[in-house]
Design a binder for this molecule. Structure first.
Ligand SMILES: Cc1cc2nc3c(=O)[nH]c(=O)nc-3n(C[C@H](O)[C@H](O)[C@H](O)COP(=O)(O)OP(=O)(O)OC[C@H]3O[C@@H](n4cnc5c(N)ncnc54)[C@H](O)[C@@H]3O)c2cc1C
Length: 381
C-alpha cells in the first residue's frame, strides 16, 4: 500500500491551487452576491485541461486518472465550490458518460468540444416530481421511426443556462418501467428547447441552475447513448462516478474552511494570547483535521477503485456521505473559530457553510447514499 502522491499528482495539485488562488479568489464575494457565472474562469479551466481531465487525449481530454481529478477538485473547491461544480458536472456527468457509452460519432461530434472546454455540458435527470426516485421521470422521448420526440421538464439543472450540450434521461417505453428509459445527447440550440429562469440559491450561487423545458424536440436516432432501454443503468453508473467528484468538492470546502480557521486562530488574540493556544480551539482544529483526513482517504480510495476498474458504488457513496457531513461540520466550526468575523462575507467561511449544504443533496441525498451503501453491503452477504 502506497499513500504517496506521484509527481503528476503533485503537479496537478500545484496547478489547481495556483489557478484557484490567482483566478478564482479575486471577485468571489461579488460573484456569490450577484450570482455571476465565472465565464472567464471556466474558459481558463478548459485551457488548463480541467474540463475533460479523465478523457482520452484522442478526444481532446487530459488523459489523467480519477485521483488527479479529486486532487484538482479539492484545490478548486477550497476557494470556489461553485466553479468546482461547473467543472465536476462537465467532467463526470457529461464527458465520462459520453466516453463510456457514446458512439464514435458522439465522441467526435460532442465529447471533443466538451473535453477541451470549447463547449459546456449539463446532465438532465431530475424533474419537478422525480428526484431521489429517478424511475418516476415523466419526460418522454417517443420513437417516431427516424427520430425520437422529446417532451417534458427537467429541474435543477446545473450549467442549465450556459451549457450547449445536454445529456438527457427520458422515458421511451413507460410500460417497461425503468427498462424503458433512454439517454440522449440534446443540443440547446434545437427547436423546442426552452430554458427556465435561474434559481436563486443558498449556496454555489455563481453556478447557474435552471429548469429546462422540451417541447416536441426532434432527437436524431444517432444521438441515443448506449443500447435502447439502458438509460436508467447509464444514469446510475454516471452518478456513481459523479459522487466521487461531489465528495471531492465537499472535501475541498471543508479543507478550505479549515485552512482559513487555522491561520485565523494563530492571528486572533483573546485573553492575552492567540486563540490557538486555548485548548477548546485546539480541540476544534484537531477534530476538523481528523475528519478532513478521513474524508480525503475515502475520496482517494473510491477514485483508486474506479481507476483500477474495481467496483466503486459503495466506496463513492461512502466518500460522499462522509465528506458532505465533514463539510457541514467543519464549516460550522470554522465560523465559530472566527467568532463575529465568521458571520460576515469578507472572511469567506459563511459562504463555505452555505456552499457545503448542497453536497448533502445533489447527486443523491445523504439518505440515498445510505440506501446505496446498505444495498451494496447486503449484496455481499
Ligand atoms: C443546486 C442544485 C443543483 C442540481 N443539479 C442537478 C443536475 O445538474 N442534474 C440533475 O439531474 N439534478 C440536479 N439536482 C437535483 C438533485 O439531484 C435532487 O434535488 C436530489 O436528487 C433530491 O431530489 P428531490 O429534490 O426531488 O428530493 P426528494 O427526492 O423529493 O427527497 C426529499 C427528501 O426525502 C428523502 N427521501 C426520498 N426518498 C427516500 C427514501 N427512499 N428513503 C429515505 N429518504 C428518502 C430525501 O433524502 C430528501 O431528504 C440539483 C439540485 C440542486 C438543489
Amino acid at each position: 500500500m502506497d499513500f504517496s502522491l506521484s509527481e503528476e499528482h503533485l503537479a496537478v495539485k500545484e496547478a489547481a491551487r495556483d489557478f484557484a488562488q490567482h483566478e478564482l479568489l479575486p471577485g468571489i464575494i461579488e460573484r456569490d452576491d450577484h450570482q455571476l457565472f465565472p465565464s472567464d474562469q471556466v474558459k481558463m479551466m478548459g485551457e488548463l485541461g480541467f474540463m475533460g481531465m479523465m478523457v482520452d487525449p484522442q478526444y481532446n481530454g487530459s488523459g489523467m486518472d480519477t485521483i488527479s481529478y479529486v486532487i484538482a477538485l479539492e484545490e478548486i473547491s477550497k476557494i470556489d465550490a461553485a466553479a468546482a461544480v461547473i467543472m465536476s458536472v462537465n467532467n463526470s456527468l457529461v464527458c465520462w458518460g459520453l466516453e463510456e457509452y457514446g458512439s464514435e460519432d458522439i465522441k467526435n461530434n460532442y465529447l471533443k468540444k466538451l473535453a477541451s472546454g470549447e463547449s459546456l455540458g449539463a446532465f438532465c435527470l431530475s424533474e419537478p416530481e422525480a428526484g431521489s426516485d429517478a424511475t418516476a421521470i415523466k419526460t418522454k422521448a417517443l420513437d417516431q421511426g427516424d427520430h425520437f420526440l422529446l417532451n417534458g421538464v427537467k429541474n435543477w439543472i446545473t450549467n442549465g443556462g450556459t451549457a450547449s450540450v445536454y445529456l438527457v434521461i427520458a422515458q421511451s417505453n413507460p410500460e417497461k418501467g425503468y427498462k424503458g428509459i433512454n439517454a440522449f445527447v440534446v443540443e440547446k440550440q434545437w427547436e423546442g428547447v426552452q430554458i427556465g429562469p435561474k434559481e436563486n440559491k443558498l449556496g454555489i450561487r455563481s453556478s447557474d441552475t435552471h429548469s429546462i423545458m422540451f417541447h416536441d424536440v426532434k432527437i436524431p436516432k444517432a444521438n441515443l447513448i448506449g443500447q435502447e432501454g439502458s438509460g436508467f443503468k447509464i444514469a446510475m453508473n454516471i452518478l456513481n462516478g459523479g459522487r466521487i467528484g461531489i465528495a471531492a468538492q465537499a472535501l475541498g470546502i471543508a479543507a478550505g474552511a479549515y485552512e482559513l480557521s487555522l491561520r485565523y486562530s494563530t492571528e486572533r488574540k483573546a485573553f492575552g494570547k492567540p486563540i490557538s493556544e486555548h485548548q477548546a480551539i485546539q480541540f476544534k482544529l484537531a477534530d476538523m483535521a481528523t475528519a478532513i483526513e478521513a474524508s480525503r482517504l475515502m475520496c482517494y480510495h473510491a477514485a483508486y477503485r474506479k481507476d483500477q476498474n474495481l467496483s466503486f458504488a459503495k466506496e463513492s457513496a461512502m466518500a460522499k456521505l462522509l465528506s458532505s457531513q465533514t463539510a457541514m461540520d467543519v464549516t460550522a466550526e470554522a465560523i465559530q473559530i472566527h467568532g463575529g468575523y465568521g458571520y460576515v462575507k469578507e472572511y469567506h467561511v459563511e459562504r463555505m457553510l452555505r456552499d457545503a449544504k448542497i453536497t448533502q443533496i445533489y447527486e443523491g441525498t445523504s439518505e440515498i447514499q445510505r440506501l446505496v451503501i446498505a444495498r451494496e453491503i447486503l449484496k455481499s452477504m
